[in-house]
Design a protein around this ligand. Structure first.
Ligand SMILES: Cc1cc2nc3c(=O)[nH]c(=O)nc-3n(C[C@H](O)[C@H](O)[C@H](O)COP(=O)(O)OP(=O)(O)OC[C@H]3O[C@@H](n4cnc5c(N)ncnc54)[C@H](O)[C@@H]3O)c2cc1C
Length: 412
């Protein structure tokens, strides 16, 4: 039986509202504290919600957040050097959904508010004090708030991660920048298909939109990291020039970038990957989402894993008597899964912006990538078929039992 009654959720992005909804379902009162002074409406590009992420959203009654306004992807292909290979899909699963981050965010916030969850803006966490009776969060505006536990859902540059462990790693730069656009060029396919294209100099992907235009995303090779703010300060015309240099000779990459007006370009800054995080929690503070596992965009699983972790954390807090034991069970449940996904994505990253050595090896690397993509059950089965059994009690391992049997009852 849980001894946890209240939670401070730091970060009102994607994992934050889902954590608050799941905690409420577990009987724990949660308040969300977001650093930005207002909502993030209209900000961000596209992200994927895999079948496992949709199922996790369903646990908190939020499946619609991944469906409304999304593009369901039922076919995908991989192309390189003039060859295009249709990729098999996993049988019996709903399609992956491409959503606008802004739409997903808005739907989750609206749902949280409609269930009476408080969201406070302009609350940037700067410090926290833990004690036997609870935890107090201190915000940059001089205010503070207390509860039994603090959930760090504050994204890849998490402040909570550093409060738990000042030596925690910083995110690494994948060597590419994210840019997204909507092109007037029609690629002559039905909406519902997604093409992963390895161009002559860099990787891109594109998907036909229901209105006939084509959405696309580019991974531009970039030596040093660039923040979202820095990327937005670059004039769109300069990005358009750079895109034409990199993708101009690719088909349809060249046509996509040339038929995208500069005002329809959106820069996302450097794409990051979070290295292994040694400490996921302290006695009263714990991490979820990108704050603890950001597997790089190559995984197509970032948001889905964030949502899963938020739900699983609430289950553990519901069933175990105190926060340290609940956090330990949560880590046992989640760490092996998220690290496996991150390892798979890391392999793909090498191909997206190949250095001179990788370029020579490209045909071999491509064959390896194809071999894994053509065996979807083996490569993606465990990732995408994962379902959280909300009603199953979380158990701790018997004394002396290995970690493998821990926190049983989930992830069928
Ligand atoms: C504005 C924005 C746009 C994005 N656009 C895209 C996109 O186009 N494509 C894509 O794949 N991913 C995007 N992401 C990342 C994506 O949302 C995450 O990878 C994923 O959904 C996991 O979500 P998360 O809630 O863990 O992290 P995030 O979505 O990053 O949310 C973290 C939240 O915590 C808040 N926060 C940070 N520090 C503090 C603090 N000290 N105190 C209080 N609050 C704090 C942030 O303002 C943010 O709202 C975006 C993130 C943000 C914040």
């Amino acid at each position: 039986m849980s001894g946890t009654r209240s939670a401070l959720v730091i970060g009102g992005g994607i994992a934050g509202p889902v954590a608050a909804l799941a905690l409420q379902k577990a009987g724990i009162e949660a308040v969300v504290y977001e650093a930005h002074p207002s909502t993030a409406d209209g900000i961000g590009g596209s992200l994927a919600i895999a079948p496992n992420g949709q199922a996790a959203l369903e646990v908190v009654g939020a499946r619609h957040a991944a469906e409304d306004g999304s593009v369901p992807i039922s076919r995908s292909a991989l192309s390189f050097g003039g060859t295009e290979v249709e990729l098999p899909h996993l049988a019996g699963l709903p399609p992956m959904r491409l959503v606008q981050r802004a739409g997903l965010y808005r739907a989750l916030h609206d749902l949280a508010l409609s269930r009476g969850i408080r969201v406070e803006y302009g609350k940037r966490l700067v410090a926290a004090d833990e004690g036997p009776g609870g935890v107090t969060a201190r915000f940059a505006d001089g205010t503070s708030a207390g509860a039994d536990v603090l959930v760090g859902a504050d994204g890849i540059h998490s402040a909570v991660r550093k409060l738990i462990d000042p030596g925690a790693p910083d995110p690494g730069h994948t060597g590419v920048l994210g840019l997204e656009g909507v092109a007037d060029h029609r690629v002559g396919r039905e909406p519902g298909s997604l093409n992963f294209a390895f161009g002559k100099r860099a990787y891109y992907l594109y998907w036909p939109l229901p209105d006939g235009r084509t959405g696309w995303g580019a991974n531009l090779p970039q030596d040093g990291p660039m923040t979202l703010t820095e990327a937005r300060e670059v004039r769109p015309e300069a990005w358009a020039r750079r895109l034409r240099e990199i993708y101009g000779d690719d088909d349809p990459g060249g046509r996509l970038v040339r038929s995208t007006p500069a005002d329809r370009l959106q820069a996302a800054g450097s794409l990051h990957i979070l290295p292994h995080v040694p400490h996921w929690h302290s006695d009263r503070m714990v991490l979820v989402g990108d704050a603890v596992h950001a597997p790089s965009n190559s995984s197509g699983q970032g948001a889905s894993l964030a949502v899963e972790s938020a739900v699983e954390l609430a289950r553990c807090l519901r069933d175990l008597p105190d926060a340290p034991r609940a956090f330990a069970a949560y880590e046992r449940l989640r760490r092996p899964r998220v690290e496996k996904v991150a390892a798979r994505a890391a392999k793909t990253n090498t191909l997206k912006a190949p250095g001179p050595a990788a370029r020579v090896l490209m045909p071999v690397l491509m064959r390896l990538l194809l071999r894994t993509a053509l065996r979807p059950e083996r490569t993606f089965g465990a990732e995408q078929r994962y379902r959280i059994d909300w009603d199953a009690p979380v158990r701790e391992p018997e004394p002396g039992a290995g970690a493998a049997s821990s926190a049983a009852g989930s992830g069928r």
